[in-house]
Design a protein around this ligand. Structure first.
Ligand SMILES: Cc1cc2nc3c(=O)[nH]c(=O)nc-3n(C[C@H](O)[C@H](O)[C@H](O)COP(=O)(O)O)c2cc1C
Length: 383
């Protein structure tokens, strides 16, 4: 990175015309997105009035990219996360920035659920020191509504570097991170921390109280320890106990929200202010519209965004594969053949051989029909 250049000049956002980018970088026009565009705390307050939890599509490395974020946004997520972005790489390398965060004018300015409600874009960061964190926030905050600090990632390489779950053993360090961001930007930058629980829940309560004191705006609790496998059921009891101990800031529960009915079950049990689903929305991006399976319309929307914004083929393939209905022999066979595709062209052929995939502007595009109804030779085939 050339230290002489101002940060803004190096921050490239896809789909923003070059001329505007140049003007912005010379300071002649306002940045596209002076912040905060939508205040997450207002959404917490509105949802409370509506007597419902804030519905959150949580962060997924690799998968929470622009086309998927747009999809879960359309299907009624209140908050939409990016994957964790490593501050160190992002602030030092243009390549890191370009590959880790892609946005566009639509996401910045006209992002909307099908119902038209307001939504927040949260950028999640992995950091192990205040300097990288502050530089990261400085660069990214005009393009999102809040910053989330990852204190839960158990991946060994990150933990060894003091990132993610490593922070769970040092509440004072996390409090220092939060204080530094709040001291620099105050209320202009909203900040969340996403944590895991400890074996001893008292430790988690102390952790959260320290971070709350430091000025964090809300806290997300994944109810597993850093060593708990994701196949082990989430510990809602611990989330409930932490919730009881936290007085000032909203608390979000994360873990095992797979079906529409899980949203209310988790909220009723833990008394949290929001519910975050991750694998649940990967398999069913329509979860927050209270559908128990992904619709074919969601696949059509996803593929349309993939074609428009781009996404590596393997990721698009994985998304469609996760969205396929489970449990029927025909769908299992189709899913297997989908996974045998080796290119985007191959996958488009697979669509054409097996399903009616409507394109944007084609009549009936994104109609909410089932996979079975869209299957060639299936119930929806019109002869
Ligand atoms: C593919 C994948 C990628 C993930 N990436 C992240 C990440 O970038 N940041 C993070 O905080 N958690 C990440 N997680 C953990 C999830 O955010 C979440 O805490 C966990 O999956 C439990 O929620 P769930 O039961 O709803 O899936 C990831 C999980 C999966 C399955």
């Amino acid at each position: 990175m050339d230290a002489a250049q101002p940060i803004k000049e190096q921050f490239i956002i896809e789909n923003i015309p070059a001329k505007r980018r140049r003007l912005e970088s010379t300071g002649n026009i306002e940045p596209l997105n002076p912040k905060p565009k939508v205040d997450p705390l207002l959404i917490f307050a509105e949802c409370k009035e509506q007597n419902r939890p804030v519905l959150i599509a949580g962060p997924m490395v690799r998968y929470s990219k622009l086309p998927f974020r747009e999809l879960v946004g359309l299907y009624e997520s209140d908050f939409i996360y990016t994957p964790m972005i490593l501050a160190r790489e992002f602030v030092r390398h243009r390549g890191g920035r370009d590959s880790d965060f892609t946005t566009n004018l639509k996401e910045q300015h006209s992002r909307q659920a099908l119902s038209g409600k307001k939504q927040c874009l949260i950028v999640q960061v992995g950091a192990n020191n205040v300097t990288d964190l502050l530089r990261f926030v400085e660069m990214i905050h005009p393009y999102c509504d809040a910053i989330g600090l990852n204190c839960g990632c158990p991946v060994r390489e990150q933990v060894r570097e003091g990132i993610g779950a490593a922070l769970m053993s040092d509440r004072f360090k996390v409090a220092k991170f939060v204080k530094a961001v709040k001291k620099r930007w105050g209320d202009k930058v909203k900040m969340e921390t996403k944590i895991r629980v400890h074996d001893n829940v008292q430790e988690t309560i102390q952790f959260v109280q320290e971070v709350e004191k430091a000025g964090v705006d809300w806290i997300t609790i994944h109810g597993r320890t850093k060593d708990t496998r994701s196949s082990v059921p989430v510990d809602l009891e611990k989330i409930k106990l932490v919730r009881e101990a936290i007085k000032r800031v909203p608390v979000v529960a994360n873990g095992d929200c797979f079906k529409p009915e899980d949203i209310q079950r988790i909220t009723d049990y833990t008394k949290v202010d929001g519910v975050m689903a991750v694998r649940g929305v990967l398999n069913n991006p329509c979860l927050f519209t209270m559908r128990s399976e992904a619709t074919w319309g969601a696949v059509e929307r996803l593929i349309s965004s993939v074609m428009e914004y781009g996404l590596p083929f393997q990721l698009a393939q994985h998304h469609v594969s996760c969205m396929m209905p489970k449990g029927s022999a025909i769908m299992n066979r189709l899913n297997k053949s989908l996974n045998e595709c080796t290119s985007m062209v191959g996958m488009l052929d697979w669509f054409d051989d097996n399903f009616e995939l409507r394109r944007l502007r084609q009549e009936g595009f994104a109609e909410e029909r089932s996979f079975e109804d869209a299957r060639r030779g299936g119930a929806g085939e019109k002869h």
